[in-house]
Design a binder for this molecule. Structure first.
Ligand code: ZN
Length: 130
C-alpha cells in the first residue's frame, strides 16, 4: 500500500487544468419564446438549457445556453467537482499525516484510531484541572 505522501502526490497530478472551470449546474426547462405565431404558442414548448449558479445570500444567476455551448459548460462543471473531490481527499490525507506526526510527538506506541476521541476528551479534562 502506497504511503500517504505518495497518495497525495498522485492526487495532485490528477488535478485538471482550471482555465475552463465553472461552478453551477445545468438546468433544462421548457419555455415559450414569445412569438405569437410560433409552435410554442400552441403548447409545443422549446427546450432551453441554462447554467444555473447560486450565490451566497441565495441569489441565483442563470445563463441560457445555445446547444453548442452545453458540452463546454458540462466540462467546466466537471472540472469544478473534480477539484473539490481531490481537495477533500488531500485534506483527509493531511489529517492522517497530522495524526501520525502528532502521535510520534506524543511518544508513539499508541495507535491513533479508535482512541482519538477519548484522547481528546482526556486532554480537555486535564486542561480544565490545571
Ligand atoms: Zn417559440
Amino acid at each position: 500500500m502506497p504511503n500517504l505522501t505518495d497518495r497525495r502526490q498522485r492526487l495532485l497530478q490528477k488535478l485538471p487544468p482550471l482555465d475552463e472551470v465553472l461552478r453551477g449546474s445545468l438546468v433544462e426547462r421548457l419555455v415559450r419564446c414569445g412569438k405569437q405565431t410560433c409552435r410554442c404558442a400552441r403548447g409545443e414548448l422549446h427546450e432551453a438549457v441554462y447554467l444555473s449558479v447560486t450565490h451566497r445570500g441565495g441569489r441565483t444567476e442563470q445563463i441560457s445556453l445555445p446547444r453548442d455551448l452545453v458540452g463546454r459548460v458540462r466540462h467546466g462543471i466537471a472540472i469544478y467537482s473534480k477539484w473539490w473531490e481531490i481537495l477533500e481527499r488531500i485534506s483527509a490525507i493531511n489529517r492522517d499525516l497530522l495524526r501520525e506526526q502528532r502521535s510520534r510527538r506524543l511518544g508513539g506506541g499508541v495507535e491513533d484510531g479508535a482512541g482519538k476521541n477519548t484522547r481528546r476528551v482526556r486532554r480537555a479534562r486535564r486542561r480544565r484541572t490545571q
